[in-house]
Design a binder for this molecule. Structure first.
Ligand code: FAD
Ligand code: DHB
Length: 388
């Protein structure tokens, strides 16, 4: 089999890249390790930057998002039972869209089906060969049969645990990492959200976040210890802990119910450089991870796709400048989102290894943010997404 761009991974970045390239007349094959149902069962991100919204529209998959998504003009930050609002619309004239990653992925799969896009599920043992040559190819096994896919370029969209990054020799790859001493316990419940907007709460017991998917579906998170287990948390224990950490008025309004999903995600900051090695590109979580506090993970995957899509279109027009500079261009934005996610994490979490001085610094920073329009503008500018 042959295609122009072999895409490893059928998560949001692989599917979006495939969809955009197809519309530009560039042919792709997506190789995904899991089944479609499995990919669609993963509950992950919930907030889209406006740049991501526009990219999804450009890819022809914006209709359901525009009909069913919720544009938000701001978020609440809460500390010591007191909340204040960061008004994006007023501060930077922009919004974000609440529309879950599951829905984005579903829309992309449906669009790929309509265009007869090739997405091959349940592949095993994917290996990338000759990425540093002019004739790369990918091998994999499916239903016990070995396959070979020849291509011009390989896009590694296979997430943090994929093979693409591991294909880059250790002598070339530089890794930067910070692992945080806590995780997020998240639940999804068929209850109305506690507020129209998201609430990010700093509390001495630990961080909490009130989010949502739609008017009848809520998503809530509480900070837990790094080694905590989902089995330790009954639904009642979760709701009690959430109520303690959010402002009293919100706690009183909170409607609880059985969880329909419950999981713990560890928090990590990670960047691999470079994001291109010969004819192999790293895209999204394959190259970088952010702690979820700034809602940046999915959005960074989308901005990588933006740069790579334009670079590949340019390359097929005979100009490889974009391809040559993909890594630098993507990393410049990646590092700024890493910085924002790291700083939001530091601002809002309880760090078991920090002392009284750092706790006061955190309070002072929140107090500054509450009363300074300049500080709020900076947060808003980053939260809605820096320009591409
Ligand atoms: P992925 O979504 O990871 O997709 C990669 C795909 O590649 C997967 O489908 C995988 O099955 C496939 N794959 C892996 N290895 C191979 C292989 N060897 N061969 C073939 N296919 C392979 N971000 C937020 O902004 N907010 C959140 O609340 C949030 N929660 C998260 C919770 C969890 C548990 C995780 C892991 C991430 C979360 N994120 C969140 C981050 C966000 O979901 C990711 O940034 C986003 O999914 C990145 O998309 P991607 O397509 O690059 O990678
Ligand atoms: C959600 C997750 C986040 O990490 C975040 O910052 C905001 C919202 C969510 O899952 O809804």
């Amino acid at each position: 089999m042959r295609c122009q761009v072999a895409i490893i991974g059928g998560g949001p970045s692989g599917l979006l890249l495939s969809q955009l390239l197809h519309r530009a007349g560039i042919d792709t094959v997506v190789l995904e390790r899991q089944s479609r149902d499995y990919v669609l069962s993963r509950i992950r991100a919930g907030v889209l930057e406006w740049g991501s919204v526009e990219m999804l529209r450009e890819a022809g998959v914006g209709a359901r998002m525009d009909a069913e998504g919720y544009p938000h003009d701001g978020v609440y930050l809460a500390c010591r039972n007191e909340g204040f609002r960061i008004d994006f619309k007023d501060l930077v004239g922009k919004q974000v869209m609440v529309y879950g990653q599951t829905e984005v992925t579903r829309d992309l799969y449906e669009a790929r089906d309509r265009m007869d896009g090739k997405v091959i599920h349940n592949v095993e043992g994917v290996q990338i060969h000759g990425a540093d040559s002019d004739a790369p190819y990918v091998t994999y096994t499916r239903d016990g049969t070995e396959h070979r896919l020849d291509c011009d370029w390989v896009a590694g969209c296979d997430g943090f645990h994929g093979v693409s990054r591991q294909t880059i020799p250790a002598s070339v790859l530089k890794e930067f990492e910070r692992v945080y001493p806590f995780g997020w316990l998240g639940i999804l419940s068929e209850t109305p959200p506690v507020d129209d907007e998201l609430i990010y709460a700093q509390h001495e017991r630990g961080f909490a976040l009130c989010s949502m998917r739609n008017a009848r579906l809520s998503r809530y998170y509480v900070q837990v210890a790094q080694d905590d287990k989902v089995e330790n948390w009954s639904d009642d224990a979760f709701w009690d802990e959430l109520r303690r950490r959010i402002p009293e008025d919100a706690a009183e309004r909170l409607v609880t119910g059985p969880s329909i999903e419950k999981s713990i995600a560890p928090l990590r900051s990670y960047v691999a450089e470079p994001m291109r090695w010969g004819r192999l590109f790293l895209v999204g979580d394959a190259a970088h991870i952010v702690p979820p506090t700034g809602a940046k993970g999915l959005n960074l995957a989308v901005s990588d796709v933006h740069y790579l899509y334009h670079a590949l279109v340019q390359a097929y027009e005979g100009d490889e400048h974009g391809v040559a500079h993909y890594s630098e261009q993507a990393l410049a934005r990646v590092w700024k989102s890493e910085r924002f996610s790291w700083s939001m994490t530091g601002l809002l979490h309880r760090f078991p290894d920090r002392g009284a001085f750092e706790a006061r610094m955190q309070e002072a920073e929140l107090d500054y943010l509450q009363h300074s329009r300049a500080a709020q503008t900076s947060l808003a500018e980053n939260y809605v997404g820096l320009p591409y």
